[in-house]
Design a protein around this ligand. Structure first.
Ligand code: ZN
Length: 365
């Protein structure tokens, strides 16, 4: 199969053709230089690295009703907020089914990896693993120990079941808890992440100490806060729809201008469908409502390039022969590819490729 149009990847945007055989790329090149190979299937489109949804709480998908009125801090506050009551009232099998359905939906939309904050201790992380079994989507499960002060055995158990720890926020956790968790993650070679400055501003001196591998939100961060995050070289995941539901907006244009490493995620599955494409379009349009427009190119990178770098797989962010993760082909005009990608992708425009040969390291990114 020959796709003629454009490539958008870690190396930028260019007119190109991409030749696939058996679901994998065998050649790329400049348009018009491919030669004609018999009865090869040809189509026009854009080829990109497969997108990553960099922040979800898929366990929440067990309930998908309109949120009740009230501040988000109360709705999602552990351990007794609305969300945690719903999780506690739902059976393990209902949560497992909801997570699996959400993962399958993401697969249909071309998403190749997801970074999930999984509450409910070690059983929560194990439940997620069970829900993802046999699916092609790669999963990064950041679990959360329940006991405070931290109990070493519980923390070790959560780390054994998942890929790291995702804490609520520096407001909700003592510095001792954060230190203990970060140290254990380092020792285990796993990741430490937390929410920061979502509903109210939190000082970077708190959420950057100890240094996390990832922060989520920064909707209330000041320009100086963003500079500190950039200088600490900590990537940020933004969740524009989730923030907007509660009247907030992260300053994406400032993040772009300051040169932060920005990733994008869909946050609580009880409030938003885990669609990375809807998230991108909302982010693009939403920043224009406030007259601080972010570029389509920066947004496209936040879903297609930056997360692969964060995952330690920069080779997956390149559309080239030998790329370890099957890229995505979208039937869209090749004019202005970044704009097409952030505003126009829909499931029916995604070209189904034959499954690629296994990577050799299972479903882990
Ligand atoms: Zn979150």
């Amino acid at each position: 199969m020959l796709v003629e149009g454009a490539i958008l990847d870690a190396d930028g945007i260019r007119s190109a053709y991409v030749r696939f055989r058996g679901g994998r790329i065998v050649a790329t090149g400049s348009l018009g230089t491919d030669g004609l190979r018999g009865r090869e299937r040809r189509l026009r489109g854009i080829v990109v690295p497969a997108p990553v949804n960099s922040h979800t709480h898929l366990g929440d998908a067990v309930s998908v009703q309109e949120p009740p009125p009230g501040p988000v801090s109360q709705l999602v506050m552990p351990p007794r907020g609305y969300k945690f009551r719903l999780l506690a009232e739902s059976t393990a099998s209902a949560k497992r089914r909801a997570i699996r359905a959400a993962l399958r939906r993401m697969e249909r939309e071309g998403v190749a990896a997801v970074v999930d904050f999984r509450e409910e201790g070690r059983p929560g992380a194990e439940l997620f693993r069970a829900a993802a079994r046999g699916l092609a989507i790669r999963t990064v499960v950041l679990g959360r120990p329940l006991t405070r002060p931290i109990e070493a055995s519980e923390l070790e158990g959560v780390l054994a079941a998942g890929d790291g720890i995702g804490l609520s926020s520096s407001r909700d956790e003592t510095s001792e808890t954060r230190r203990t968790v970060a140290r254990a993650c380092r020792r285990a070679g796993k990741r430490y992440a937390l929410h920061a400055s979502e509903a109210v501003r939190e000082p970077p001196e708190r959420f950057l100490d100890p240094r996390p591998d990832l922060v989520v939100h920064l909707a209330k961060a000041t320009r100086d806060d963003l500079v500190q995050v950039r200088d600490a070289r900590v990537p940020v995941v933004v969740c524009p729809r989730s923030n907007a539901l509660f009247g907030r907006q992260p300053h994406l244009a400032a993040m772009e201008r300051l040169g932060l490493s920005m990733l994008i995620g869909t946050d609580n599955a009880m409030f938003h469908a885990p669609s990375i494409w809807r998230e991108l379009e909302f982010a693009y349009v939403g920043t224009r409502l406030r007259h601080r427009p972010v570029s389509a190119g920066f947004l496209a990178r936040s879903a297609l390039v930056a997360p692969w770098e964060w995952l330690g797989r920069p080779d997956a962010a390149r559309v080239a022969a030998g790329t370890p993760v099957q890229p995505l082909v979208v039937r869209l005009p090749a004019a202005d590819p970044a704009y097409q990608l952030v505003t126009r992708v829909a499931e029916h425009l995604i070209v189904r490729l034959p499954p690629p040969p296994p990577e050799g390291d299972g479903a882990r990114p």
